[in-house]
Design a protein around this ligand. Sequence first.
Ligand code: MG
Ligand code: MG
Length: 258
Amino acid sequence: MIEIKTPGELQAMRAAGLVVARTLAAVAEAAKAGTSTAELDEIAEQTIRDAGAVPSFKGYHGFPASICASVNEQIVHGIPAPSQVLADGDIISVDCGAILDGWHGDSAVTLAIGTVSAADLALSEATKAAMWAGVEAVKAGGRLTDISHAVQTSAEATSLADGIKYGMILEYGGHGIGTEMHMDPFLPNVGKPGKGPRLKVGMALAIEPMLTGGGGETLELDDGWTVVTADGSRAAHWEHTVAITEDGPWVLTAPEDV
Ligand code: MG
Ligand code: MG
């Protein structure tokens, strides 16, 4: 069963999404060489709570923080730490969720710290483009894997254009979202179109591709959370929460309506 939201409930999700957008903007502003990921986490938690919301991640299956902060070869689920201090040339993926009035928003960005390599910038841009391709494929009456296919096709096309073979992370993907952060359906980032559940007005999905500058193999660190690339290549992660409306996709975690 995929949760269907009323227009009023989607408005409530938009309010939660705006808290997440504001939080990621505050984190982006603070993410500089010399700043620790624990400091970024404090800023995020404060921003979320100041908005009257609750961090979705904190305590989620025991996760100890309000953001996931994944630096360089870390792909997702990095735990913020005082010892993880950002340096010039790093890339960091920040994933954030907030609950407002019982509704969830979930979004991630990849940030460049100081001057990063052209290859890392291209990797982040390729991942962001794949996310937006997925968003554009969200259509009432379409099928779930139309989104998967759009994400994959975009990543492959950018890979070709950039002359870089990006690795695709297959173990992780998008998901339904609403009264819980992770709900049915799981949304793969690759696949043939025209399969899976039919998309309906009132559904909401988190679309979140992850690409690497190397292979797609992953390892989980001993902390039980942090997922890294097996080959040490760098990774990027972009995510938006998107609702399906009569008028097309509504990006609930965008800073402004797009
Ligand atoms: Mg997320
Ligand atoms: Mg998510």
